[in-house]
Ligand binder design. Sequence first.
Ligand code: ADE
Ligand code: ZN
Length: 327
Amino acid sequence: QELDCILRRMPKAELHIHIEGSLEPELIFRMAQKNGIKLVYPSVEALRAAYAFTDLQSFLDIYYAGAGVLQTEEDFFDMAWSYLERAKADNVIHSEIFFDPQTHTARGVAFATVINGLHRAIERGREELGLSASLILCFLRHLSEADAFATLEEALPFRDKFIGVGLDSGERGNPPEKFAAVFGRCQALGLRLVAHAGEEGPASYISDALDLLRAERIDHGVRCLEDPQLVARLASERIALTVCPLSNVKLAVFPELGSHNIGRLLAEGIVATINSDDPAYFGGYLNENFTATFAALPQLGARQAYQLARNSFEASFVAEETRKRWI
Ligand code: ADE
Ligand code: ZN
């Protein structure tokens, strides 16, 4: 009870949240109706009932379909604003938000529509909620590297509205090396670099994301424990992992929260953090990820709670002086 209070109240940063994954079924239905889009599900309840995933791909199919209702700048604003209000309630003081432009531009929605709507919500969040947030553009790894390059070109006129790039979508069969050239270009442009790795894919994808993509932070990364040398490297180089416990259970990366390895990761000295990934789909926002995980793992207590909060600030891309103030 006291621990729950600590977890909920402590200030924290969220570093792994896909904004399209914060789109609640109610909002999907409202936007579908407004935009004249026909959904295959007859009701909010029927849609929610379809959220029974067996692996990453089974989730992605529904997640991309849900994102299909977003049409106008207002839609992107409303989605991001809902998330920011929700994050504020969980005492998130800083958030680094992923967005998937290719899932929208492929439907004929302009890149400007996407990023301007998201950016306006972030500005308002800073003014009205006192919450700082920034955007990270994710390339979809099931698409080609040429596609990623084209998206980067479209994004460059908006360079001041995002801080970095990431890599998401189906991991198996889409290894880091597929995107080595475009990440090299992004690094040369001074963008911050992150990549999903070691969620469903093997530990070697984590090493490759570090060596071939120059990723500064690894999203998920939970399969690193399969490689003791990699664990030692992550710990000594203080390469952060953005771990998402509820996501991992919903997508069958772990059979239940009680067998999650976040306690081990922390004990190994890795800069692990807790995040929500796609909260509208996985049954909880950031504080639910914290409280459910701590309830399931007896080795986690107040010490680990503060460690995780500290890690979230250390691993963030905010300026050094700000980070020091938060830690
Ligand atoms: N896109 C949204 N959530 C994702 C996840 N957990 N892994 C890969 N791609 C994603
Ligand atoms: Zn993710």
